[in-house]
Design a protein around this ligand. Structure first.
Ligand SMILES: Nc1ncnc2c1ncn2[C@@H]1O[C@H](COP(=O)(O)OP(=O)(O)OP(=O)(O)O)[C@@H](O)[C@H]1O
Ligand SMILES: [Mg+2]
Length: 246
């Protein structure tokens, strides 16, 4: 049965979508059939991060409403063959949808994919609860500023209602800046109250790759992509040392 991993943060703009796309494409490139689900209704961006804009015609609400089977709504990446995207709608459907329908869809997805990586919207509203309710584990993405870390801690309190396996990824790390601020990754783990899954460096290639509609794994060889690969391997259960960030 496949595993459902939700990528969340509380605060907006911490790098959830970039991490979802990056880690999912690494899981797929490592040979695992992987489905990414964009649950950011109205503000979807995962297609850009995967280099799949305009490919997905149906979205996850079409599956929930029974208009389209999951097999047809989830589209395969043109280059990374194990990678699939189920996108989000551009507007909230007037009829809404039930958690029960979502759990049924995830149950079906677990039979078809080894990993299902869910990109959660910012905030702790109904979109958050929908995105996390069916997950086995969560990855909380934070940058190293006190507001992001405080929001991460609040998010963790909500996540414990649904699951016990929750890890932290520290994103956009700049060692020079951390030295100036006299802060460490250990301090961040204490602030968020979470064990660490990975550290991703500040890397302009994340934005550049999305801007030319290419997944980072096909665009760059080092930097953030290396960190995403290590995180993917840790999610697979491998022990991988933390990468050195200069
Ligand atoms: N490691 C990184 N280095 C440099 N830029 C990054 C990194 N990670 C993400 N970014 C940039 O930060 C911005 C926000 O990233 P992203 O869209 O992934 O965040 P998000 O948490 O999904 O945002 P939202 O809450 O709005 O959904 C983007 O411009 C992205 O290119
Ligand atoms: Mg996002």
């Amino acid at each position: 049965m496949g595993k459902v991993i939700v990528v969340t943060s509380g605060k907006g703009g911490t790098g959830k979508t970039s991490l979802t796309g990056g880690v999912a494409s690494c899981l797929a490139a490592l040979g695992h059939r992987t489905l990414c689900i964009d649950m950011d209704i109205g503000l979807r961006n995962l297609d850009l991060s995967l280099g799949m804009s305009d490919r997905a015609l149906m979205d996850f609400t079409d599956v929930l409403a029974g208009r389209c089977p999951l097999e047809r709504a989830a589209v395969c990446h043109p280059v990374i063959h194990n990678l699939y995207l189920l996108t989000a709608p551009l507007t909230v459907p007037p009829s809404g949808f039930s958690q029960r329908a979502l759990l049924a869809m995830l149950h079906h997805a677990r039979e078809m994919y080894e990993y299902i990586v869910v990109d959660c919207p910012a905030g702790l509203g109904s979109g958050f609860h929908l995105a996390v309710c069916g997950a086995d584990r969560a990855v909380v993405v934070s940058t190293n500023d006190s507001s992001a870390l405080r929001d991460a801690q609040r998010t963790v309190m909500e996540l414990y209602r649904y699951m016990n396996t929750i890890h932290l990824v520290m994103n956009r790390i700049q060692p020079k800046l951390m030295r100036r601020l006299r802060t460490t990754i250990d301090d961040a783990m204490d602030a968020a109250g979470l064990p660490l899954l990975g550290v991703v460096p500040e890397d302009s290639q994340v934005m550049l790759a999305a801007n030319v509609n290419q997944p980072l794994v096909l665009y760059a060889r080092k930097g953030a992509v290396h960190a995403y690969l290590n995180i993917a391997k840790r999610l697979m259960g491998e022990r991988v040392p933390l990468m050195k960030i200069h």
